[in-house]
Design a protein around this ligand. Structure first.
Ligand code: HEC
Length: 173
């Protein structure tokens, strides 16, 4: 008859969390630096990011199949996703290290496309992807977006009258 207790035990295990019935943990601390953006800029940047993720998945699939034509296509798609227009003032408000990571990411995918078209194999592409993705990781651990109602009205680049430092035209360009 002992087996009757097994489902009951399994159910009880499911109910009791590993640490017992302790009070819920405090949320993890937020160390990321906030980048103030308009709601529209946040929606557009997140859309672009999801396109990056789709592109990365395509690269992994194609590299696994050693289909280098598709690796190149997917890498170029990521480059194109970064060319979508962003609201006025968005790029000027971005910190320089953020822009540098964005530029390095795009350069990495451009280089991957060239390698794939010039005799690189799937394994080389995956090793390269790992290196490029360290930029995805660095940026994500460092920055977060903070939607400001009036972010688009702000004068980025310093106090009025001071000229904004020169920046790449668009995210990742
Ligand atoms: C220069 C900085 C930067 C780089 C490089 C970067 N991201 Fe992001 N990513 C962000 C920021 C900022 C967010 C928004 C985080 C937040 O919600 O506060 C984000 C969000 C995302 C999201 C969530 C989108 C959503 O719908 O909320 C995905 C997925 C993502 N990134 C994928 C990637 C991938 C894959 C790469 C590399 C190929 C990458 N990102 C490179 C800055 C970056």
């Amino acid at each position: 008859m002992r087996h009757f207790h097994i489902p009951l035990l399994a159910f009880a295990t499911f109910l009791v969390p590993a640490g017992g019935f302790a009070a819920p943990e405090a949320p993890p601390p937020e160390y990321r630096r906030a980048i103030p953006v308009s709601g529209e800029a946040a929606v557009r940047l997140r859309l672009e990011m999801r396109q990056y993720l789709i592109g990365v998945k395509k690269i992994v699939d194609a590299a696994g199949a050693n289909d280098m034509k598709r690796v190149a296509e997917a890498a170029r798609e990521i480059n194109r996703a970064a060319e979508h227009p962003m609201p006025e003032g968005f790029h000027a408000a971005l910190p320089d290290p953020f822009l540098q990571l964005a530029v390095a990411t795009q350069a990495g995918f451009a280089e991957m496309a060239v390698q794939a078209e010039n005799g690189g194999d799937g394994r080389t592409a995956l090793v390269h992807l790992g290196r490029v993705m360290s930029h995805c990781v660095s940026c994500h651990v460092t920055y977060r977006l903070e939607v400001m109602e009036d972010a688009s009205e702000e004068t980025p680049g310093g106090p009025p009258g001071e000229s904004a430092p020169s920046r790449p035209e668009r995210f990742g360009a």
